[in-house]
Design a protein around this ligand. Sequence first.
Ligand SMILES: [Zn+2]
Ligand SMILES: [Zn+2]
Length: 243
Amino acid sequence: MKALFLGTGAADWSSPDANGEYRRLTSTLLDGRLLIDVTGTVRDMIPDACAISDVFFTHSHRDHFDPDALNALAPCRVWAHESWAGEIEGPGLTVMPLRVGGSVSAAGFKITPLPSNHSTPREYETTLHYLIEKDGKRLLYATDGAWLLNYEYRCIRSLQLDAAVFDATIGDGHDGDWRVFEHNSLPMLRIMVSTLKKTGILRPKAPVFLTHFARTLHPAQAALEQASEPPFVICRDGFEAEI
Ligand SMILES: [Zn+2]
Ligand SMILES: [Zn+2]
């Protein structure tokens, strides 16, 4: 499967940063057909909007769910957790409620929703990560969220992942930042990914793609890349990976 990272920024990217760099809000396109999250910021990054048949939302935060951007993609199927899916509407949209652990088929993929360590102002909402499978390859898509929940770990511990995408909102040198209770920091990711490798859940050569970088909590892309070591891949807008 091909993953095209349309946008790689967290919610605070409304303008270029001090280095003059800019990230669109986080959204990822798989094989040109299946879109995970969408906002107006990534409109210019979508190669062929007509080819998108399914949009999966991880959660309803405004940096992931933008009703106007979604409606511009109609007709399409829209997938979200059943706790808030009923609030999505628009001409040409077919809304498909999801349940944790309930696998569905869409755009040639098998998708299994898993609960994430995150929350929104909709207190009743269950926020999601996704286990995504196609052609014998398995990807964990884990943004937004902090540490993997124990339930999520138990769902993946007997599997082998070919790649993972993680929320890397917080960079190095921000110890004490309150966002660790809803997002990952780079130190947290090193611990978690080393454990996923040692337990064999992540295959030995499986890359870990990082996205959802906060504007104020990271240096420029070049500095981030220089400080990074495999298996981490520092995604930028427009980066494409074959998984
Ligand atoms: Zn976000
Ligand atoms: Zn969020």
